[in-house]
Design a protein around this ligand. Structure first.
Ligand code: NDP
Ligand SMILES: N[C@@H](CC=O)C(=O)O
Length: 376
């Protein structure tokens, strides 16, 4: 073989191939932030905290919106973002997000909403080459069709989907599942506490104070979903389990997860505005569950379980369980999520990941870590 000719040929091919976008270690991104509530405000505060530090300039806010208004500019200083939005007369429109991002360098949408309409746009932005980083679980944690559309749009647009904040508020859960599989492991089972608010509630509930009062405290601390019934019904945990299962190679449909809700029917049927006054409907049933567990020396924990048999059969369920006090999944404090993963290499003893699983600051950090990963 003529080595010189071979080298020349491969150099020609390399020159003809589409050149990957040059990425410097300190590449910056134009970012649209959707949602300025609990999590979105913490993203803005964290960006403001980057000022003058090593990460200053990595993210340029060009579009900040809530459901009502949008502020759009070439660079919105994080310190000015809240005021700019309050003063803006521009109506919020998802149609304008891609054009606001137009320009050089990487483009990123951060979804800090709980909006179905925003989740429905993820695939469209990804197909346009815009990265999407999300705290909202509706994109990957509802229908299989939407989950597939997101994966296909990433491949089509050459874009990335940052989902670390969707499960465990940024804990290295999805990353670990993906790395285990990249290393050849099959995931056999996942079990644990996936809700930060429910963890906090059952870490604090002593059967004496009304459960409803604690729910209000958890909501005011920013741990619950905008509608706390999404946590109490197990729906938020179902979404997280679906996201984990799909990342573990199990194409699970939402209907395949058995969910035991804590929300009594009279609370479930109310409009969102009437929920607060009706929360005491939770008190009686939970007092009874607590008393029964206490009598046995057990602890109440809201768990998610996924098992995949060697024959491919899958079982998935979500609900309140009474665990022996020394059970490995009964530990933890505050909003701790605690998740055990069984795989080929972790067959007898699982890999266990534990840490705060809700809260504005950890979630904002998880979102911005994903932005940095995608643009670096
Ligand atoms: N709280 C936590 O600990 C964690 C939360 N998450 C997820 O983060 C997301 C946000 O939660 P949180 O901040 O608590 O919710 P909030 O209700 O506090 O904030 C939601 C924000 O989204 C805005 N919004 C709604 N629709 C749109 C739209 N179409 N375009 C732009 N903005 C819109 C709302 O606008 P407006 O003010 O006008 O209503 C509001 O600013 C949820 O999906 C949640 O599951 C994930 C991990 C942890
Ligand atoms: N409401 C959620 C917030 C994070 O996803 C929870 O309680 O875990």
């Amino acid at each position: 073989m003529n080595v010189a000719a071979g080298v020349a040929h491969s150099e020609t091919l390399r020159a003809l191939a589409p050149q990957p976008q040059a990425r410097a270690a300190n590449a910056s991104a134009r970012v649209a932030l959707l949602g300025t509530g609990t999590v979105g405000s913490a993203v803005i505060a964290r960006l403001a905290g980057w000022r003058g530090g090593a990460l200053d300039g990595r993210v340029s806010l060009v579009h900040v919106a809530n459901s009502r208004r949008a502020a759009v500019a070439d660079a919105i200083a994080p310190e000015q973002a809240v005021a700019a939005l309050a003063e803006s007369t521009r109506a919020s429109s998802l149609d304008e997000v891609a054009s606001a991002l137009h320009g050089d360098g990487a483009r990123v949408v951060i979804d800090a909403t709980a909006s179905e309409a925003v989740a429905e746009r993820h695939a469209q932005w990804l197909a346009q080459g815009i990265h999407v980083v999300t705290a909202c679980k509706i994109g990957q944690g509802t229908t299989l069709a939407r989950w597939r559309a997101i994966r296909e749009a990433c491949a089509y647009g050459g874009s990335g989907y940052g989902d670390s904040a969707t499960v465990g508020a940024g804990l290295p859960l999805l990353r670990s599942l993906r790395e285990l599989q990249a290393g050849g492991d099959r995931i056999h089972a996942i079990a644990g506490v996936l809700s930060g608010s429910l963890a906090w509630l059952f870490n604090h509930y002593d059967g004496m104070r009304p459960f409803s009062a604690l729910v209000r405290q958890a909501r005011d601390a920013g741990y619950t979903e905008p509608d706390p019934r999404d946590d109490l019904s197990g729906e938020d945990v179902r979404r997280k389990l679906l996201i984990l299962a799909r990342a573990a190679g199990v194409a699970l449909d939402a209907s395949e997860v058995e969910v035991a809700s804590l929300v009594p029917p009279e609370l479930a049927i109310l409009s969102k505005d009437s929920v607060d006054a009706a929360l005491p409907a939770l008190d009686g049933p939970l007092r009874e569950r607590y008393a029964a567990a206490y009598k046995d020396g057990a602890k109440l924990r809201f768990l998610a379980r996924l098992e995949r048999g060697e024959d491919g059969k899958v079982s998935a369920k979500v609900g309140l369980e009474s665990l022996p006090g020394d059970h490995p999944l009964a530990g933890g404090a505050g909003t701790d999520n605690k998740v055990a993963i069984w795989s080929d290499r972790y067959r007898a003893q699982p890999l266990v990941i534990q840490g705060p699983g809700a809260g504005a600051e950890v979630t904002a950090a998880g979102l911005l870590d994903d932005v940095l990963r995608l643009i670096s």
